[in-house]
Design a protein around this ligand. Structure first.
Ligand code: G2I
Length: 434
């Protein structure tokens, strides 16, 4: 039974006995605990330099169950000179997160801003290899400790019909983003790998450009697990906000609200509540991060956060807490289970028998990972034999893909067939990814 049902059953019972209860007796009283009721996190971007401020740290440790370094894991901070890495600030954030039992989001491996001077002056293949080395080194340093990495940040342009932003990284070739994601996966297979951007909070040309990239990555087996919607908002929220989250989720990636802040003086409390409800409505929206704790900690000057400069809870705080306590869909903790080793595909056989012989059609279906090749073994009844095959090469009773049908997207399928003498196999064929 859900918490809400329990609560209303209890409220009904108390009403019968004349006891009046205000609100939901089971409501959690902090942002992190109320988000956790639906399996989500509620996080904050934090700065290592503020951890000595007791008001800041009190709010951080009591309210949040995820942290993101506001600047400490960026390229300029972690690799100030080429090949020489400095993890002091990043490690302080990581250790703070670990001490709190919080998730740690890594931000950000590659971005056109906050590059060290030495990288800004590189181009072409030299920059490409320096960038990929950066991804590999930093993701390796934090291997196993990061819940989700913003692998690439803000690579799409504003007002360019959904195209890429020009940058030194983009000029190394359009495939720089997938190269970064592959390097990050190789370095830290446990971290969720996100693409993160702003002005992508509703359905628009920019978010559609990203949507198309994610769809392409999924179809070609480029590793990507999540999309970050920064959500730096003004005085309104796009009417397609939830729909936009849902369309990314429908591609098979998680969505995270990664840098939320909302201008004060407009409709701040309502907009915060609307963002919360939209995330809760989509099961693959796994958490929300606000970009700072108190208004005075923000990069913005329009008081966009949940706590005022003295650390008091604002109306926006209460509206978020209430929205979280109202409940929502529950994320599947393992929406993309890795296939068992060697079991990256399955195969089914449909026989067509005639007197003295048969043909068999075999459908090969990829598991959660795209195939780059496959083999299918069948076990033939004694006295039967394969005479020829199509859309596959055959050796004995083992079939291998040909050039044009080895690539099968995750969840996709392809077919081949063969002809034989005797009677067709009765056991299910065995499929192996190559
Ligand atoms: O610009 C807001 C955010 C947009 N999305 C990506 C985020 O990474 C970005 O965060 C901001 C930080 O909140 C700022 O704190 O990124 C800025 C850098 O582009 C950060 O500002 C920098 C200042 O530019 C530096 O001068 C300063 O040394 O913060 C540094 C550390 O305080």
């Amino acid at each position: 039974m859900t918490r809400k049902l329990l609560a209303s059953a209890a409220a009904a019972a108390m009403a019968l006995t004349g006891i009046v209860v205000a609100g939901d007796a089971w409501a959690a009283s902090t942002l992190g605990a109320s988000a956790a009721q639906t399996g989500r996190y509620y996080g904050a971007a934090i700065a290592a330099g503020r951890l000595g401020d007791s008001t800041y740290t009190r709010i951080l440790t009591s309210e949040f169950n995820s942290v993101t370094p506001e600047n400490e894991m960026k390229w300029d901070a972690t690799e100030p000179s080429r090949g020489s890495f400095n993890y002091s600030g990043g490690d302080r954030i990581l250790n703070q997160g670990i001490a709190m039992g919080a998730k740690v989001r890594g931000h950000a491996l590659l971005w056109h801003q906050q590059q060290p001077g030495w990288a800004q002056s590189l181009s072409g293949s030299t920059l490409r290899s320096a960038a990929i080395n950066h991804v590999t080194q930093v993701a390796t340093h934090y291997k196993g400790k990061i819940y989700a990495w913003d692998v690439v940040n803000e690579a799409f342009a504003d007002g360019n019909g959904g195209g890429r932003r020009d940058s030194n990284l983009q000029r190394t070739g359009n495939d720089w983003i997938e190269a970064a994601f592959r390097a990050a996966r190789a370095a830290d297979p446990a971290a969720k790998l996100c693409y993160n951007d702003y002005n992508t909070d509703g359905i628009n040309a920019k978010s559609t450009g990203i949507y198309n990239m994610v769809r392409d990555f999924k179809s070609r087996g480029v590793p990507i697990d999540c999309v970050g919607l920064q959500s730096h908002l003004g005085t309104s929220i796009d009417s397609t906000y939830q729909q936009n989250i849902q369309r990314f989720a429908d591609l098979g990636v998680d969505v995270q609200i990664t840098e939320l802040d909302v201008q004060q003086g407009g409709n701040q409390a309502n907009i915060y509540a609307a963002v919360t409800r939209a995330c809760l409505a989509v099961s693959r929206c796994t958490g929300i991060t606000v970009w700072g704790i108190r208004d005075t900690d923000s990069w913005r000057s329009d008081n966009p956060l949940l706590f005022d400069g003295s650390g008091n809870k604002k109306a926006a705080y209460t509206s978020v807490l209430n929205a979280l306590n109202a409940g929502g869909t529950t994320p599947d903790p393992d929406p993309d289970p890795e296939p068992e080793p060697g079991a990256g595909c399955t195969a089914t056989l449909t026989p067509n028998t005639w007197n003295g012989g048969f043909t068999a059609n075999i459908r090969v279906t990829a598991g959660g990972t795209a195939l780059t090749g496959w083999t299918v073994g069948v076990s033939l009844p004694s006295g039967s034999a394969v005479t020829n095959a199509w859309n596959a090469t055959v050796s004995g009773s083992t079939f291998t893909n040909v050039g044009y049908n080895g690539q099968v997207p995750a969840g996709g399928s392809t077919e081949f067939g063969f002809q034989g003498t005797g009677t067709p196999p009765t056991a299910a064929p065995a499929c192996q990814a190559r």
